[in-house]
Design a binder for this molecule. Structure first.
Ligand SMILES: Nc1ncnc2c1ncn2[C@@H]1O[C@H](COP(=O)(O)OP(=O)(O)OP(=O)(O)O)[C@@H](O)[C@H]1O
Length: 271
């Protein structure tokens, strides 16, 4: 089992309910896409899996098991160990502006290295070939020594993905990981994340607004609406009616012209 949530609720500031009664489990190695309208709770769900609310029982309710750990029962040391096994891809990676790309990529393993090596790597990159290889996988090899504030939004997103590829975590959480990429690069990058997870038997959970990317690349689709799970199905069993209902419920519409434009992806574009 990679993770199991049971009766999970999450409340943000001012008491707004982001998630309610979530029950969701995944076996190790599964690839899951979270879809749903803006504000549905996709980022909140990823943040729960990423242990962001571990020490905040006033916000987080229910049972959360991640990589064999009961979140509520972890001390600070065990929590740090668990977090080193989870990789997060952010929509806008919080990479320090003045940091070199190589250092940002190597930071993916800071939690796995002994303290002396992590500190030394911040001063001088300890594994330049490893960082270069990870960047090459997202076609950013040439930016190895660039500063993060010299990258475009899409390049920054890919540098964040290179960091997780370098980290090799057991659980990858990706929040809108390709939102800044053009359609062809978005497809190639999602394919890379899915293939990498499959090759390492890692679990991948990604939130996506591009429904055709989700249906074409992921085996399992979880639809989120108003903080609850609307459906949880194999990709080839998700119907047009379910998709329409998922997006119509919040007064939004199923994105008719997805980023991949007029021609929807074939169901097995990534498989
Ligand atoms: N920091 C916060 N403080 C208060 N409310 C929040 C906060 N973050 C999220 N929310 C609320 O929680 C709910 C779920 O938000 P969340 O970001 O998880 O949705 P989402 O599905 O990821 O949306 P999007 O697709 O727009 O990124 C929304 O109603 C949102 O307004």
């Amino acid at each position: 089992m990679s993770f199991a949530l049971d009766g999970v609720g999450l409340t943000h500031g001012q008491g707004s309910t982001a998630l309610a009664d979530i029950r969701l489990a995944a076996a190790q190695g599964e690839s899951i896409a979270l879809i749903g309208p803006s504000g549905a709770g996709k980022t909140s769900l990823l943040s729960v899996l990423g242990t962001a609310w571990a020490a905040q029982p006033q916000r987080l309710r229910g049972s959360v098991q991640v990589l064999g750990n009961d979140l509520q029962a972890l001390n600070a040391h065990a929590l740090r160990g668990l977090r080193a096994r989870i990789g997060t891809v952010h929509q806008a990676p919080p990479l320090p502006a003045r940091q070199r790309v190589v250092t940002s990529v190597l930071a993916g393993r800071l939690g796995q290295w002994p303290a002396w090596k992590a500190l030394a790597s911040l001063a001088y990159p300890m594994d330049i070939p490893g960082a270069r290889a990870a960047l090459a996988r997202v076609e950013l090899e040439g930016k190895l020594f660039a500063r993060c504030d010299q990258l475009s939004g899409g390049q920054l997103q890919r540098a964040g993905i290179a960091r997780v590829l370098y980290q090799q975590p057991a659980l990858v959480l990706a929040d809108e990981p390709v939102s800044a990429l053009d359609p062809a690069l978005a497809l190639a990058t999602i394919r890379l994340l899915v293939d990498d997870a499959r090759a390492r038997d890692a679990t991948l959970v990604a939130s996506l607004h591009a429904v055709d990317l989700a249906l074409g690349c992921f085996a399992r689709i979880v639809g989120i609406q108003a903080g609850r799970i609307a459906f949880d199905l194999p990709a080839d069993q998700v119907s047009e009616t379910q998709l329409q209902a998922l997006y119509a419920g919040e007064g939004q519409q199923l994105p008719a012209l997805l980023p991949l434009a007029a021609t929807p992806l074939p169901m097995n574009a990534c498989r």
